[in-house]
Structure formats: C-alpha cells, structure tokens
Design a protein around this ligand. Structure first.
Ligand code: NI
Length: 142
C-alpha cells in the first residue's frame, strides 16, 4: 500500500460555544476561542489516500483529481467563511478542529474508491493539529 497526500489551505472564522452553558462556563472551557465576535485561523489541510498503485497509471489516485475534489468539496465550502454562521454542518456542532476534520472526511469519502482509505490531517495552528480516519459518526453531517 502507498499513501499519497495533497496539502491544501483555507482561512475561516469560528467561535467555540456550547449554547447549553452560560457565558462564564463557555469562557472557562473555551477561553479566547469563545470570543462572541469570532476569530480566524489559517487552516492547513492534508488529505491522504492509501491504496494500491494502479499498474496502468502508476498512481494511487491522480493528484490533480484530488486537488480539484478538495477545492470543490472543502475549500469552496469553508474558505473565507464564518463556520458557525455560514456552514450548515456547524449550526449545532461546535466547529473545533476535531469536528472540522470529521466534516471534511465526510465530504470527501463518498468520492473515494472503496479500495482506498482516507485520512484527514488538519492544522488549526502550526502546533495544534488533529487527524481523522473515519469511524466516528454523529447526526447531521451528511
Ligand atoms: Ni479558534
């Protein structure tokens, strides 16, 4: 098996907030990320596809196809958006890096061959990143 990866990028604003909690508790749990006026991150996204090398092409997947897919499914939806306000997936799911990675995986997975496995690596800051390879499900992500 070989893994190929494409690096992509988007900027987005968010606010971490649990509407079942008061401001004080939100502040305590989420700190500066709970700022009611939102704040932005430069997200770095690495999409990795693992599978066999196709003997006809020499590719696992065509990386220009993967780049176009990420553009269409992820960047066009998330780039320069307020995730809480403008992206329906996050209307009642907190837009943490964890949940953004899950959403991205769910957006891309239906386009993948069944023989390929998909891993999302999402950097929210240069030092903080999450990885997701499927297996987790929660409502309203499709
Ligand atoms: Ni944040």
């Amino acid at each position: 098996m070989v893994t190929v990866s494409r690096h992509a990028h988007f900027n987005a604003a968010h606010r971490l907030h649990n509407k079942e909690w008061d401001e004080k508790k939100n502040q305590k749990v989420f700190g500066k990320c709970s700022n009611p006026h939102y704040h932005g991150h430069n997200y770095e996204l690495i999409v990795s596809v693992t599978g066999a090398v196709n003997p006809k092409t020499g590719f696992v997947v065509d990386l220009s196809w993967l780049a176009d897919l990420i553009q269409r499914e992820v960047e066009d939806r998330l780039d320069h958006k307020n995730l809480n306000e403008e992206v329906s997936f996050f209307s009642d799911v907190n837009p943490t890096a964890e949940n953004i990675a899950i959403v991205i995986w769910n957006l891309l997975k239906p386009h993948m061959s069944k023989d390929h496995s998909l891993k999302i690596t999402l950097y929210e800051t240069p030092r903080n990143f999450v990885e997701y390879s499927g297996g987790y499900s929660f409502r309203n992500l499709t």
